[in-house]
Design a protein around this ligand. Structure first.
Ligand code: ACK
Length: 968
């Protein structure tokens, strides 16, 4: 417990020399040297005048300064003989002595007056003797303590009065008690002398170094010198912890950020403290602490990029979905932000043409739920522009992303939107008002974004505030509202609908019907007016028609179609009885050509269902055509988008003029055109499976050889028909073949100049024309020699495309490299599992000398033979043994079996290999056979497919060289 500190004011034992106390009378108390129980020399005072009467012997101490004591304790050690133990005493023997004191402010020296002293107590012995083991009686040492107080003067004397006892004072100790210096609750309390009375001394503590008072520390010092009732406390400052009643600095690697008597904590993950007394730990490199992060939290970093971004485009909106980043940076406050950019400079096949120019999306792009601060891994972006490339950058952010802009990562996805709903109708005009009706007209929306199917007109009485309204639909841009109340204000809104749905409503338009009184005369006058104008119009129209019909008849008489034909295909033997093709551009008025070869359809017979694709001039839709007294059929509708130039309209309709001249099961059939109303449309039969290249890619390796040959036969047959008519297609490619639900392939995409303008594959040649290099015969590339023989070359490429299920010819080689390679005699290798006969047919189509290429008629008959004898399809080009030197010189037309994959390389083999793979030099073709994928990358063959194929063909080649000498 908190026991006291005893401070001696006097200790007789401690004094070695004479004490100098006063004895009175002088023969009373005697100062005698002796030893204590441990035989240590001590001073004692003795008196033993038991034989004499009237004893009054005094012994007085020296003056003892009181110091701060208020109450003192006197401890006496003495022996006292009992009177019985002294023989022959005369009844004067006493067994007690008196203890007295006198307070004075100064030392009075030897001046002594008995009566000035006050008695403290009469002291008696508890026991006088102790029996030893041997039966001896030994004087027993007694200890008695007495308190004296309160003392007020500066000092005091003690006195011992003997009245006839036999006493030896062995030791006198005078002391007082103190509450000692102590530290409690990190506050120091000084030595404190208690009060004499029964009250306690209240002491205020002082906070130890590096601590602060939380509540003022206090304690009480009791009269017994004990500390009682500690109240309040101090707390160690930040950076310090309590250790053995002091506040000590946190060690390195530890920190304490707050005031308090907690221990210092170890630095959290990704942080450190190199110094003692740290208030917090610094973050490691590339780790951060956000404002508001507690010091106990680990340092964190920005999250990694979101993963697996998936976009699903729905017309002009896109749903973006992604996965959480692999690394959240150690935080839970991850949100996502989506940045929208509009990018140009992406080629149609999606590959990046190099430089992309991007700009932020317009502010009206809508994000659902929002663009920033997303908690879920999905967002819907709406109100994008139709047919536009967008890039979305999705970034995961957390509380420290802002602190590390350089570490931020995002995932990007690029999409192309489809179609859009129309923009609102903005201009509405009131044409005519009467008592009960009103006629209105309006302008087509500025951006119809497709073909407007109809308009929805919603109107209601202004008074009724839309509580009841009427909805009408109109196909054209005008409507008459009947059955209205006279003299009433109405409000009206119009919105347009396309295949993409409804556009936004127009602003509210207000009109009033005429009042009753006015209407009668006005209406009757209107009737008269209408009647007169109708009559005049009919007369004018009749005259006009008459003139027109007359002119038209004359013209068609003077210009027979045959006179206008253009392409006859050099040296083509045209079969008698087959019509020849007429170039619509030879017509002075090309729109006349359209009507010569194409039927004009009434727009009301056409119902558009949906958009299936985008063409050069506008959307391609699917829909239905219902001609009077005919069955409804499915059709494809090519539209000419608004804002076209005259030339565009001409070029657009030229396709119909050409198509309209053909009638063959493997040529896409023209149903008619709409030119008299807008939008201008070309209506053809509907081909359920779309274009051949994408169809094959979708069904990779899913058809039998016979099915593929069947498709190829159809294309060849269509091409035979075209060449017989003297039409040169110039852009024969799988993407321009359409497939219907019965797998019947039909040639499509006709036109002249536009054919190549429109084809994304077409590239400008050095001579300025635009040509689909990979599909085009060398002479057509070199000097624009387009003939049915160059179409045959293209047919060979289509054959290769079909047999490889839509692989891109020459893969990612550049156009320039393709031209060069073909010119040097290299040809595409056989597609995987390609029947040898078909590969041979391809090679034939790719004869440099165009007259050596097969005619379409021959191609059809080769394919027919194959169909009749399907067993011949089993021999594949990859498995047969390798014939000599196929590619460069195929003068011997009788080739017994087809080339292996190695033949492609064989072509190279006849040249120095170094030339073939410029940039990588090979000393022998054996080394070439060991070419790795890495090496191929160096020469620019980068995509996985062809690499595999080439490498495997190289391996095949390798095994050939091992099996025997290679005939070169
Ligand atoms: O591969 P697809 O779905 O088939 O995408 C293109 C798109 O329009 C642009 O040309 C499709 N397309 C063109 N003509 C027709 C048609 N007559 N029947 C069905 N789809 C067609 C083509």
């Amino acid at each position: 417990s908190l026991c006291c500190l005893a401070l001696n004011l006097l200790d007789s034992k401690a004094s070695q020399g004479e004490l100098g106390w006063i004895s009175y009378p002088s023969h009373g108390w005697e100062e005698i040297s002796g030893v204590d129980e441990h035989y240590t020399p001590i001073r004692t005072f003795q008196v033993c005048n038991v034989m004499e009467y009237s004893q009054n012997n005094w012994l007085r101490t020296n003056w003892i300064p009181r110091q701060s004591a208020q109450k003192i304790y006197v401890e006496l050690k003495f022996t006292l003989r009992d009177c019985n133990s002294i023989p022959l005493v005369l009844g004067t023997c006493k067994e007690t002595f008196n203890l007295l004191y006198l307070e004075t402010d100064d030392d009075q020296g030897s001046h002594f007056r008995e009566h000035q002293f006050s008695k403290i107590d009469t002291i008696a012995a508890d026991e006088s003797f102790t029996q030893t083991d041997l039966g001896d009686r030994i004087l027993k040492l007694n200890t008695e303590v007495r308190e004296v107080g309160p003392l007020t003067k500066k000092g005091f004397y003690l006195a011992f009065q003997d009245v006839g006892a036999c006493v030896a004072l062995v030791s006198v100790r005078v002391y007082f008690k103190k509450c000692p210096y102590t530290v409690r609750n990190l506050a120091t309390f000084p030595d404190t002398v208690p009060m004499d009375s029964h009250s306690l001394v209240e002491v205020k503590g002082l906070c130890v170094n590096h601590s602060k008072e939380e509540e003022p520390p206090r304690m009480y010092c009791s009269t017994e010198g004990e500390w009682l009732v500690p109240i309040g406390k101090c707390l160690c400052n930040p950076g310090y912890e309590e250790r053995s009643n002091t506040c000590q600095m946190c060690r390195a690697g530890f920190y304490k950020s707050a005031l308090g008597n907690l221990e210092c904590s170890k630095c959290p993950p990704h942080s450190f403290s190199h110094h003692e007394g740290s208030l917090h730990c610094g973050c490691e490199k590339n780790f951060f602490r956000a404002e508001g992060d507690p010091a106990s939290m680990a340092c964190t970093r920005p999250p990694s990029a979101p993963r697996n971004v998936i976009s699903s485009i729905n017309e002009t909106s896109v749903i973006l979905d992604w996965s959480w980043p692999e690394d959240t940076g150690g935080r839970r406050d991850v949100t996502f932000t989506v940045l929208c950019k509009r990018c140009r400079g992406v080629t149609a096949n999606g590959s990046n043409s190099g430089t992309q120019r991007c700009e932020p999306c317009r502010s009206n792009v809508r994000f659902l739920p929002r663009a920033a601060g997303l908690h879920n891994t999905t967002v819907t972006v709406g109100d994008l522009l139709a047919h536009t490339n967008y890039t979305f950058e999705i970034e995961a952010l957390n509380g420290v992303s802002a602190l590390a802009p350089k570490m931020r990562q995002y995932a990007a996805v690029t999409i192309t939107t489809n179609q859009a709903a129309p923009s609102p109708v903005t201009v509405i005009r009131k044409e005519k008002t009467s008592r009960n009706s009103v006629s209105l007209s309006w302008q087509e929306p500025e951006r119809p974004n497709g073909i407007i199917l109809d308009y929805e007109i919603k109107y209601y009485e202004k008074e009724e505030q839309e509580t009841s309204y009427t909805i009408l639909r109109a196909r054209g841009c005008n409507v008459t509202l009947n059955g209205l109340k006279s003299n009433t204000a109405y409000l009206l809104q119009i919105r347009a609908r396309t295949a993409a749905g409804y556009g936004a409503s127009s602003p509210t338009f207000q009109f009033e019907t005429s009042p009753d009184s006015f209407s009668i005369s006005s209406e009757s006058s209107q009737v008269v007016l209408i009647a007169i104008s109708a009559a005049v119009a009919i007369i004018l129209l009749t005259v006009l028609l008459y003139v027109l019909i007359g002119r038209f008849c004359c013209r068609s008489k003077s210009k027979h179609p045959d006179e206008k034909r253009l392409h006859f295909g050099n040296g083509h033997l045209r079969l008698p009885g087959i019509r020849t093709y007429v170039d619509p551009h030879t017509y002075e008025d090309p729109s006349q050509a359209v009507h010569e070869f194409a039927k004009e359809l009434d727009a009301s017979c056409i119902a558009i269902d949906k958009v299936v694709g985008a063409g050069e001039f506008g959307e391609v839709c699917s829909g239905r055509l219902k001609l009077p007294s005919k069955k409804e059929i499915c059709v494809a509708i090519k539209t000419l988008k608004g804002g076209y130039t005259d030339k565009q309209r001409r070029d657009f309709l030229a396709e119909a003029s050409i198509m309209g001249q053909f009638d063959h099961p493997n040529i896409i059939r023209l149903e008619g055109v709409v030119t008299r109303s807008k939008p201008v449309m070309i209506v053809t039969e509907y081909m359920e499976n779309g274009s051949l290249d994408s169809f094959l890619r979708k069904h990779d390796a899913q058809f039998t050889g016979i099915q593929l040959v069947g498709m190829l036969r159809g294309i060849a047959s269509g091409m035979k028909y075209l060449s017989d008519m003297g039409y040169v297609h110039r852009d024969l490619a799988a993407r321009n073949i359409l497939v219907n639900s019965n797998l019947v392939c039909k040639v499509s995409d006709f036109g002249l100049s536009r054919v190549l303008e429109d084809d994304p594959e077409a590239a400008y040649t050095t001579r300025g024309g635009k040509i689909p290099i990979r599909w085009t015969a060398p002479e057509a590339i070199a000097y624009r020699k387009f003939t049915s023989a160059s179409d045959a070359w293209s047919y060979g490429i289509v054959l290769w495309e079909v047999m490889s299920y839509g692989e891109r010819p020459y893969w990612e080689m550049s156009n320039q490299d393709v031209i060069k390679a073909v010119d040097e005699g290299y040809r595409l290798p056989p597609p995987m599992d390609c029947p040898a006969t078909l590969y041979q047919l391809m090679l034939d189509c790719w004869q440099k000398e165009r007259n050596n290429r097969p005619k379409f008629e021959q191609i059809v008959s080769i394919l027919d033979k194959l169909i009749r004898n399907p067993g011949s399809l089993k021999i594949t080009a990859n498995t047969t043994s390798r014939p000599a030197n196929l590619l460069l010189d195929r003068s011997s037309s009788e080739v017994p079996s087809m080339g292996t994959m190695g033949d492609w390389m064989d072509g190279m083999r006849t040249l120095p290999c170094k030339e073939a793979f410029s940039g990588v030099s090979y000393s022998s073709c054996d080394t070439l056979a060991k070419t790795s994928t890495e090496d191929l990358k160096k020469v620019g063959v980068t995509i996985v497919g062809p690499q595999k194929k080439i490498v495997s063909s190289l391996k095949a080649l390798d095994s050939h060289t091992k099996n025997g000498p290679v005939p070169v």
